[in-house]
Design a binder for this molecule. Structure first.
Ligand SMILES: *Cc1c(COP(=O)(O)O)cnc(C)c1O
Ligand code: SF4
Length: 316
């Protein structure tokens, strides 16, 4: 993470692109952050590279667009304790950190007030207490930010506290790290993840087939060999994966790595991300074409989050 590119000009120069392609003012509130290994998968000289578009700050982000909000999915209204979001029956999400190993320009939590999230085990106690008092909760989702940017010792302590809650059965980890810095999947990580009484499930995030090449397969194989089911969630993004070849290629690459495509998300309408939006009608067309080319298990559910609904709405 220390070696990551943190500047749009540097990113453009690295790829032999004009620096005007990036925007400093768009990066002011949400800085550019792209790990070297990820940047190495981009095609030099291609301003439309689907990996580049996910991380390069662009002037479009600063345009105000009606209906695109800071808290796009009503997270703040669903937070009964610091760092905890409880929207859906049986599962609770913990915002473990604001740090990520990559900054995705379309991120729905790009404006989340991370400074309010706990940073120490002590600060987690109110959320842990809430979970302990609600025996309808069977699953805790470690999210963020990216939970795997935290050190293993803290994660191990947090999981140690959680596994003492008798009604908890499963521990889910939402992370992009195995994709963007696959070296993060260490034996130490596998230790706390599989050494717990809680059943582990890892949900990664890749949007384009090229993201899961070169080195990523080793990290995923480690998790899967350790008995951890790995699922993928992707976001439907204009210019990145809004075509049949990319979506079919992504699913094919994933299942060939034994990763199950889980969700394809309709973009959440977060301020600054309008230029990534693909109309739902187009998404439905794309999913239909993907379904005609792949086995059923390789087709992700196309979903949209509607604030206030009991689950993510399945569009197809
Ligand atoms: C998406 C989400 C979940 C997980 O939903 P699943 O459909 O179980 O994957 C849980 N909590 C929150 C707040 C979410 O946004
Ligand atoms: S890794 Fe996830 S939480 Fe972090 S910026 Fe990307 S989409 Fe947002």
């Amino acid at each position: 993470m220390k070696a990551a590119i943190r500047d749009s000009g540097e990113l453009c120069r690295e790829l032999n692109l004009p620096t005007e392609l990036g925007s400093d003012s768009a990066a002011a509130s949400f800085p550019v952050f792209a790990p070297r290994g990820y940047v190495n998968k981009m095609v030099s000289g291609d301003p439309h590279d689907p990996l580049l578009l996910q991380v390069l700050s662009r002037a479009e982000e600063t345009q105000v667009a009606a209906g695109f909000l800071k808290d796009a999915v009503g997270d703040l209204a669903a937070s009964p304790a610091a760092g905890m979001i409880h929207k859906y029956q049986g599962r609770v999400l913990l915002v473990t950190t604001g740090a990520c190993a990559i900054h995705c320009r379309y991120c729905f939590r790009r404006h989340f007030p991370y400074e309010t999230a706990p940073r120490t085990l002590e600060a987690w106690r109110p959320a842990i207490r809430q979970i302990a008092e609600d025996d309808s909760v069977e699953e805790v989702i470690l999210s963020g930010g990216d939970p795997l940017t935290l050190v293993d010792s803290l994660l191990e302590q947090l999981v140690g506290e959680l596994e003492r809650i008798p009604h908890l059965r499963r521990l889910r980890v939402h992370t992009r790290l195995p994709v963007v810095i696959p070296e993060r999947v260490t034996d130490e990580l596998l230790g706390w993840l599989t050494g717990s009484r809680l059943i582990p499930i890892v949900v990664i995030h890749a949007n384009h087939p090229r993201e899961v090449e070169e080195g990523v397969e080793v990290a995923l194989a480690k998790l899967i060999r350790a008995g951890v089911p790995v699922l993928n969630q992707a976001v439907l993004l204009r210019g990145v994966n809004d075509n049949v070849e990319s979506l079919v290629g992504l699913s094919r690459a994933l299942v060939n790595l034994r990763v199950m495509p889980y969700y394809l998300h309709q973009l959440d309408r977060v301020a600054g991300a309008k230029h990534f939006e693909v109309p739902v009608a187009r998404g439905l067309e794309l999913i239909e074409q993907v379904r005609s080319q792949l086995p059923g298990y390789a087709v992700p559910r196309y979903v949209q989050e509607i604030p206030g609904e009991a689950n993510k709405r399945v569009l197809a």
